[in-house]
Ligand binder design. Structure first.
Ligand code: ATP
Ligand code: MG
Length: 409
């Protein structure tokens, strides 16, 4: 196993890390095995195209619920060399991480697992115990990312934007992931019963009531986050990232405009009952937060994000991300990680410097209880190390070459 560990080479940090201090990969993408120690809250990975930079960020993204930053089928990230070997048991990848949180150590692990019937699932361990669901990861760490694929965020379907805002909500409301998980589970159960045609109406009503309760809570949490983002953004005239309006749009949102949450739940449950026949044919459900959209507007241009230019959309996404880091510092109490894949290279000097200043704020001297709250560890990738030269005394630089990592001082 490749070990990258040079603790002695770094000046000790004047405060606990509050982020990943160790990452171990096993048969993940182009990594057979890797064990790397982290000493900073700003980590820069540089290396040639195809070296394995994004794969590391993807591995970290699996420490949050879902299918990682590439949103991929679980077995597709298994190292292909291993996968192609003929072995009796299907090979699986694994990721382990140590998180330093103030003076505590949290051990998280996740790996591909197969059920008795051979279907794929993700097993999650938290401090050595198998977790009931991957949604529980959000109790321990919040992970968000900006990747080149997200250049399409405002152009593609609404599902990507819902996932985006949901990931942001996880950071300030750890129960959100469980709510979404439960909502999805009940939705599938209702769809199954309706499809079968013979069901107990009382049980379907119970499911619809649960969907309404979770559905309204999900909507309110997303609306709240959108409002926090708007309020947290910079409004100074010379700020280089664009100002935005951000809001959730959908049927449940409309009910909430004119009704308190409890009344919205009643309307929602009634509506679900009314559309049973329709839902039996189409599957899923005709109404609900799974149909809402996260809508962003470019204020100066007075245009919705989807009609802005490619560059403007990129800047809007970064403006949202920067506003989010402020929200996180204010409201989140668990360690937070921000993954910026290939972001720096596409910015001019001014934008890059503002980005670095905001996300890698150097902390001098011991941190107070308050400033430690919502502290963010940032991981950035790029092919050219010179892009990151302003971070020389703050960041840990790692060179990636052919699935091996080297400390770069
Ligand atoms: N399942 C897999 N098994 C083995 N190798 C894989 C697997 N999936 C992807 N790879 C390879 O891993 C290598 C590194 O990919 P990665 O996306 O991390 O590169 P990168 O350093 O981010 O490059 P770029 O600068 O072009 O974005 C690529 O050559 C890719 O083909
Ligand atoms: Mg990459």
């Amino acid at each position: 196993m490749q070990k990258v560990n040079s603790k002695e080479s770094y000046q000790p940090f004047p405060y606990p890390l509050n982020g990943l201090s160790r990452l171990v990969l096993h048969q993940f993408r182009n990594y057979q095995s890797l064990d790397v120690s982290l000493q900073r809250d700003c980590i820069v990975l540089t290396g040639a195209n195809g070296a394995g930079k994004t794969n590391i960020l993807e591995a970290i993204s699996f420490l949050s619920p879902g299918r990682g930053l590439r949103s991929i089928k679980l077995s597709q990230v298994t190292n292909l060399k291993i996968l192609n070997q003929k072995v009796p048991v299907p090979p699986s990848w694994a990721i382990a991480a140590t998180i330093e949180r103030e003076n505590d150590l949290i051990e998280l692990g996740t790996r591909l697992d197969y059920t008795a019937t051979g279907s794929e699932r993700r097993l999650v361990k938290i401090n050595g115990q198998v977790a009931k669901s991957q949604a529980l990861l959000t109790n321990w760490i919040s992970i968000t990312w900006v990747t080149p694929q997200m250049d399409q965020l405002f152009l593609e379907g609404s599902s990507g934007r819902r996932k985006f805002i949901d990931r942001l909500v996880y950071a300030i409301d750890p129960l959100h992931a469980e709510r979404l998980h439960r909502y999805d589970h009940h939705m599938k159960e209702r769809a199954h019963l309706l499809r079968e045609g013979r069901y107990d109406p009382a049980w379907v009503s119970t499911l619809e009531r649960k969907l309404a309760e979770d559905g309204v809570a999900i909507t309110v949490a997303r609306q709240e986050l959108a409002e926090y983002l708007e309020n947290a953004q910079h409004t100074e005239k010379d700020y280089p990232f664009p100002q935005f309006q951000a809001e959730m749009k959908g049927e449940v949102e409309k009910w909430l405009e004119n009704h308190p949450a409890l009344a919205a739940e009643d309307i929602y449950a009634e509506k679900l009952c009314m559309v049973r026949a329709q839902d039996a044919e189409t599957g899923g459900a005709f109404v609900g937060p799974h149909r809402s959209d996260f809508c962003v507007h470019h204020l100066a241009k007075q245009l919705p994000a989807e009609v802005c230019s490619t560059g403007e959309q990129k800047m809007l996404l970064l403006a949202l991300t920067l506003a989010f880091t402020k929200v996180q510092r204010e409201y989140s109490s668990c360690p937070a990680i921000l993954l910026l894949d290939d972001v720096a290279a596409h910015l001019d000097d001014q934008h890059r410097q503002v980005l670095f200043q905001e996300i890698c704020k150097p902390v001098r001297g011991p941190m107070s209880e308050d400033s430690r709250k919502g502290h963010i560890q940032v991981w950035m990738t790029g092919t050219d190390k010179s892009m990151f030269q302003n971070l020389n005394d703050q960041a840990q630089f790692l060179t990636v070459h052919n699935a091996t990592l080297k400390e770069d001082f």
